[in-house]
Design a protein. Sequence first.
Length: 251
Amino acid sequence: MADLRGGNTARYRSRIGTGLYAHVVDVLGQEIIDGDIPVGTILYADQLCERLSVSRSVVREGIRTLSSMGLVEARPQVGTRVLPASSWDLLNPYVVKWRGQGPGYIDQMKQLLELRLGLEHAAAGLSAKRLPPELAEEMLTRAIEMREAYRSGDIRTFFEADETFHRIMLEGTQNAVIAQLADTIGVTLHLRGQDTRPGMVDMTAEAVESHVRLAEALVARDAERAQASALELVQLTLAEFEQTHTRIRVQ
C-alpha cells in the first residue's frame, strides 16, 4: 500500500495533467454538468477550437476523455452529442468535482453521504484487521489534528486532515474496489474545505470526536467498535447536512 502521509489532496488531478488539454476537459466538463451546454447538443470541433483557442488534436483528446466519463458520445454521421446525467460516471473524481462546484452540489453531497453509510462501515471492519499499525496511528494523529483545527476554526486544515483520514481507512482495507473510491471521497472533502456554501463546511464537535473514536478503535484493532464509530460518523454528517438544507428551504 502506498505511503499516505501527505500529498493526497490533488492526486486525482494528475490523471489528466495540466495545460491546454486539461483546460479543455475542465471547461467543457463543467459546462456540461452545469447545463450551460444542454443535453443533446452537438459539439463541433471547429467551433470548440475557435472558442478555446486550441488545436483540433487537443479538442479530440478532450472529447475522448469526456466520452470515457459518460458526458458525451460520438456517433458516425451524427457527431459528438452531450449525454444526460443518467449516463455520467458519477463516481469519477472529475465528475464529482464538477458536480460539487455546480448547482447540483446538494444532491451530490446527500448521495455520496448515503453511499458512505454502507461503504465506510464495511471499510472500518476490514481496516481494523488489515491496516498496518503505523497507519492506524497516523489516522489517530489526523483525527486529533481535525479536533485542533475545529477548535481554531481552521477549515482548510480540517478537511485536508479529514481527506487523509478517510483515504487511509479506505485504502487500508486492502480491497482494490473499495480503495478506488478513496479518490471519489477525497475530492468531495477537498471541495468542502474550499467551499463556503451552506452545508459544505458545517462541522460539529460530536462529529469530530467520532473521528477520534474511530481511529482509537482501529489502533486497538477492535473491528466491532470501529464499524459502530464509522456508521455514527457518517450518520451525524448526513443529519447535519439535511438539517442545514431543511432550514434553507424553509427560509
